[in-house]
Design a binder for this molecule. Structure first.
Ligand SMILES: Nc1ncnc2c1ncn2[C@@H]1O[C@H](COP(=O)(O)OP(=O)(O)O)[C@@H](O)[C@H]1O
Ligand SMILES: [Mg+2]
Length: 355
């Protein structure tokens, strides 16, 4: 598969003010996304997971060039869109190609405007004639399993699930190639959530869409996504094909996220402890691994001093963790123990690691 998006050392820092320090004033920066690189392959569903505040939405907005990066590049179809102003004419031309669906379907429609008019407005915005808009909306209703009678209801009479289906219809009107879904099922009841996920999967397959699916919920991305990136305080700590990530989660953060999932069988014994404490702020990040302050396997003097580099442990599976760098079993491509490698993972020490 070829890359639809190429993300190169992309960062977004928010300036929160300045602080007085020796030698003058220095900017106080919040590093929401901090030098991430990855591709989004044409036709895939790529999942982004991480706790709230890990930078998922900022990354999604950077991809669509709704905000400009502090540094780094976003290439779309080989074109550096991050060099274009978000409001520029060239960018507006690309907007129909890249659409989005957000968390709260109720606030994504203007309650004062009937849904049918909102949908027509979008169609007109993308240059469809009145008749073409009518036909397109009818076609998308059939495709997404919505009855035309819904259009006679007032917005406040529609359920969250119906509104989210309509938000998906609205996103599909211009015939996009790429869909960014930001927590698109997080506000829905469990039964409706399954139906909307099914709709995403169906639309992706039938229309050949590329999907960037942001969620704090691992079960959701497990169901839907081909590959997954695990984000923590603006950094990708682990990335892998979805089945590989769930079968062989290697980063202590990924394993803690998995341990925090609700269990189908509560009597199962879990090896990993769910995460303790809250995600720290992304201002004044300490040196070293950003997960070190919460990591159950933190090696003092190493993890809190040196930022770990990515290790590709098998094709397409990358992990940024010191504990894996010197694991011969993993480097040889063998199956490691569930808790990293017993031989070196558990015994890794400052003296064993080249810095
Ligand atoms: N416009 C902004 N100005 C300042 N800080 C921001 C802004 N947008 C996001 N942030 C901060 O960036 C970090 C990442 O936020 P976000 O991308 O929304 O994370 P997530 O979607 O994973 O919850 C958070 O600490 C958030 O407070
Ligand atoms: Mg978010």
């Amino acid at each position: 598969m070829s890359a639809l998006f190429e993300i190169r050392e992309l960062s977004k820092y928010f300036k929160l003010g300045t602080r007085r320090e020796e030698g003058g004033r220095n900017p106080l920066l919040l590093k929401a996304v901090d030098s991430v690189s990855f591709d989004v392959l044409a036709g895939e569903c790529l999942g982004i997971v991480g706790e709230s505040g890990s930078g998922k939405s900022t990354l999604g907005r950077l991809l669509l060039n709704m905000i400009s990066p502090t540094s780094g590049q976003v290439l779309y179809d080989g074109q550096e869109i991050s060099a274009l102003k978000p409001e520029s004419a060239a960018m507006k031309k690309l907007r129909g190609d890249m659409q989005m669906v957000f968390q709260n379907p109720r606030s994504s429609f203007n309650p004062k405007i009937p849904i049918v008019r909102s949908l027509h407005q979008v169609a007109r915005l993308y240059g469809l004639s009145e008749e073409a808009a009518e036909a397109r909306i009818r076609e998308l209703f059939a495709l997404t399993g919505l009855g035309q009678d819904i259009l006679t209801h007032r917005n406040d009479e529609l359920s969250g699930g119906q509104l989210q289906r309509l938000a998906i219809v609205r996103a599909l009107i211009p015939g996009p190639r790429f869909l960014m879904a930001d927590e698109a099922v997080s506000a829905l009841d469990v039964s409706v959530r399954a139906q909307i996920l099914e709709l995403f999967r169906d639309m992706q397959q039938r229309l050949g869409l590329t999907v960037f699916f942001v969620s704090h919920d691992l079960s959701v991305v497990e169901y839907l996504c081909d590959r997954i990136l695990v984000l923590y305080l603006g950094k990708i700590l682990e990335s892998a094909p979805a089945d590989e990530l769930f079968a062989r989660p290697l980063h202590p953060y990924t394993r803690s996220l998995l341990a925090a999932r609700p269990r189908a069988y509560p009597e199962e014994v879990r090896e990993e402890a769910p995460l303790a404490g809250e995600i720290p702020g992304a201002v004044d990040l300490p040196p070293g691994c950003r997960f070190s302050s919460r990591c159950p396997e933190m090696v003092p003097g190493l993890c809190d001093f040196v930022e770990p580099a990515d290790t590709e442990v098998s094709p397409g599976h990358k992990v940024a963790c010191h504990l894996l760098r010197h694991c011969d079993k993993i480097e040889a491509g063998g199956a490691p123990e569930q808790k990293g490698c017993e031989e070196c993972g558990a015994s890794v020490g400052k003296e064993k690691v080249e810095i």
